[in-house]
Design a protein around this ligand. Sequence first.
Ligand SMILES: C[S@@+](CC[C@H](N)C(=O)[O-])C[C@H]1O[C@@H](n2cnc3c(N)ncnc32)[C@H](O)[C@@H]1O
Length: 345
Amino acid sequence: MNDSTFIGTSNRGFAQQAQEELRRLLGPSVKFEWLAPGEVFAFTSQFERGDTIDRILAQEPVFLRHMQPVDAEQSWDGTFDQTIHHIREMLALAGTSLKQMDIAVQARKAEGEALANLSLPSVRSSIDEMLATVYEANPVSREADLILSLYFTEAKLYFGLSRPQDNLSDWSGGAIRFRKEEGQVSRAKFKLLEAEHTFGLDLSQYRAALDIGAAPGGWTSLLLERGLRVTAVDPAKLDATLLRHPQLMYFQKKADEVSFAANAFDLLVCDMSWSHRQMAKLVRGLLGALQPGGTAIITVKLMHKKAFQTIREVVSDLAPELELQQAKQLFHNREELTLFLMKQG
Ligand SMILES: C[S@@+](CC[C@H](N)C(=O)[O-])C[C@H]1O[C@@H](n2cnc3c(N)ncnc32)[C@H](O)[C@@H]1O
């Protein structure tokens, strides 16, 4: 049986948690090598490539944000010409037919002076040209059939070809980007946008949302844009641009100072910067207002880096009313992660 190697990426400072998850999924023999300490690492599993991917996808890790296969690795001298030469060879060796396929080239590099002069956009555009002229493929940036992943360290060039769904994210390194809008209330809006994407939700399908810890109002503004009625609760001020919105009710109060009719909401969101147990207690106090089958999206602070214990404690504090569907550290989470839960009937 052939072993298989991948490059794994987590949020900075959470790679050890990602490695712990991989050890659980792939067994204690999995080997790691740092590429960018704390964030990017190569891992080698005793299982062949497809089997390794299946094991990881079957129980998607919380902290592993992205993975890309390593089909070939090559020492290199850091020059542009040698880079293109090696990639040409690796593509030829891969032997996969790329004709008429939509291919996205995703290139990343480790930090380091020796890599400072390597221009990733120039690498990408040269490969795009090669893909189009030599392989009759269609270079694309999104919605690809296959992703050609490149990772450069000072010593090596790593190359892999994979289906986007096998990489955990179809964004390079899992770094999903949203366009910042003019007048955007807060960057926190990106967290809810990413949660919607990652958990496969369509927020416009909900009717009425309760937003706990809503100020300055990034999440509230997204929910209003999606057409929901929103009840926002926060002792701090909501952005003035939101206050006149006809679909918004705003209580400038703490979460334990409000109460609502039973089943008033089909969506509860909470992005409070609180210790996880305090937050869970405040959410529990308002759970009667979430209808059975309703969804909850909750940010959890990871105060002391005891990440797995924190998840266990919050999930147990919110049970049995809320049942965990998925926990994920999103690209837009910092020292936190996001839970997607459902209210039981
Ligand atoms: C990270 S901010 C929320 C950002 C918001 N989701 C957005 O998109 O703009 C955390 C908020 O939680 C609020 N908060 C803290 N304690 C609270 C409590 N007991 N009840 C309600 N809100 C609280 C804070 O006032 C703060 O505005």
